[in-house]
Write a protein that binds this ligand. Structure first.
Ligand SMILES: *Cc1c(COP(=O)(O)O)cnc(C)c1O
Length: 378
């Protein structure tokens, strides 16, 4: 749900202040431009970069496309790019597209807990490697990759590092002055902001003349991303970013408490459940849980009353098992008995208790009764 304070701000720019930020002939244009500047500042202040390093896009998917495809030359060079098998579907798809366009691509396996293997990663870098794309926090299993170590390896080999931080924004504090990252994708709707707006952070020192636009049009956003700016969405994104970082400590303690309560409740009613992904190095509020020994049918279809999902929200329309869970080595049968539970700042203790009870009722009904033979003594 959008934060009501964000919606309130956006309303102004959809009604009274409906100027085009690129029109500099009248006050409506100036006001719109001013609002965009303020939003850009709010976002850059939250992650400690310069406002002119923020380029607005339609979301993290587009930012991922611009970051990766804008940094390589399809067809014309023998570039090599590296990512993980557990990345967001958009990155996987971009890699597939690059691969059929003469780019050498590597999608690395992860460890069983979903973490990158830094040795294997460094060994996979060749003299042709141009870009590495690794997400900060995983959207399906919540694990946090060691970005500082990954960045050190990238710098050592002079490789561009792109980080998809759509899940990390607002949940992890990070400081782009100290993190050696070249490109970073952000999205507003993961932080209670509007859908359809995101940004690409472009490090102005390291990326100078190293990234080009992948769409064509007017000169907006320094020519890197042409198109009329959606002022209301940008204002909403700026507001959402400021709010989420002002309140990050309170949100983190609330969501951690609710997440622990969910785990505790599930453990009381179904002790054999499996939490997928590293148990500690993870963002709060993102639980991916498998229930072993259930009848072979998609668990998710039995849980219609609450908003749990299978694999990822972005790919629920596809019947294939989650590529992330497959990469962790989980078999299709267990993937069928796996759900993803998202817990946010608007949830309450009662929400969690109700959801846990409902889930437990369903899974215990689906549990295969093992025939336990009573052996009579004597
Ligand atoms: C949600 C998400 C995306 C896609 O973001 P959109 O703004 O919806 O395009 C990309 N990467 C990750 C890790 C995400 O969680």
């Amino acid at each position: 749900m959008i934060d009501p304070r964000v919606l309130e701000k956006m309303n102004i720019y959809m009604t009274r202040e409906y100027g085009n930020a690129a029109s500099n002939e009248h006050a409506f244009g100036w006001n719109a431009n001013e609002a965009v500047n303020i939003a850009r500042e709010k976002i850059s202040n939250s992650i400690n970069c310069s406002p002119n390093e923020i380029y607005f896009t339609s979301g993290a998917t587009e930012s991922n496309n611009l970051a990766i495809l804008g940094s390589i030359n399809l067809q014309s060079d023998n570039s090599h790019i590296i990512s993980l098998k557990t990345e967001h579907k958009s990155v996987i798809d971009i890699f597939n597209y690059a691969s059929i366009n003469n780019i050498n691509t590597t999608l690395l396996n992860v460890k069983q807990d979903g973490m990158i293997d830094l040795d294997i990663f460094e060994k996979s870098i060749t003299s042709n490697t141009k870009l590495v794309s690794i997400m900060m926090a995983n959207n399906e299993i919540g694990v946090i990759q060691p970005i500082p170590e990954i960045s050190r390896i990238c710098k050592k080999h002079n490789v561009i590092l792109h980080v998809d931080a759509a899940q990390a924004l607002g949940k992890i504090k990070f400081d782009l002055i100290n993190l050696d990252i070249d490109l970073m994708s952000l999205s507003a709707h993961k932080i209670y902001g509007p859908k359809g707006i995101g940004a690409l952070y472009v490090n102005r020192k390291t990326m100078k003349n190293r990234i080009k636009s992948i769409t064509y049009g007017g000169g907006h956003e320094n020519g890197l991303r042409p198109g009329t700016l959606p002022v209301h969405n940008i204002v909403g994104f700026g507001e959402a970013c400021e709010i989420i970082y002002n309140e990050i400590n309170d949100n983190t303690s609330l969501i951690t408490e609710l997440t622990d309560l969910m785990l505790q409740s599930l453990n009381n009613g179904y002790p054999g459940f499996i939490l997928n992904g590293h148990s500690k190095i993870r963002i709060p509020g993102n639980l991916n849980i498998s229930f072993p020994d259930l009848k072979e049918e998609p668990l998710i279809q039995r849980l219609r009353k609450i908003a749990v999902s299978s694999g990822s929200a972005c790919t629920t329309s596809s019947p294939e098992p989650s590529h992330v869970l497959s990469a962790l080595g989980i078999n299709n049968r267990l993937i069928n008995s796996t759900i993803r539970i998202g817990i946010g700042k608007f949830n309450t203790i009662n929400d969690i208790k109700d959801a846990a009870n409902y889930i437990l009722k369903v899974v215990n009904k689906l549990k295969i009764k093992k025939n336990i033979k009573m052996v009579k003594k004597d």
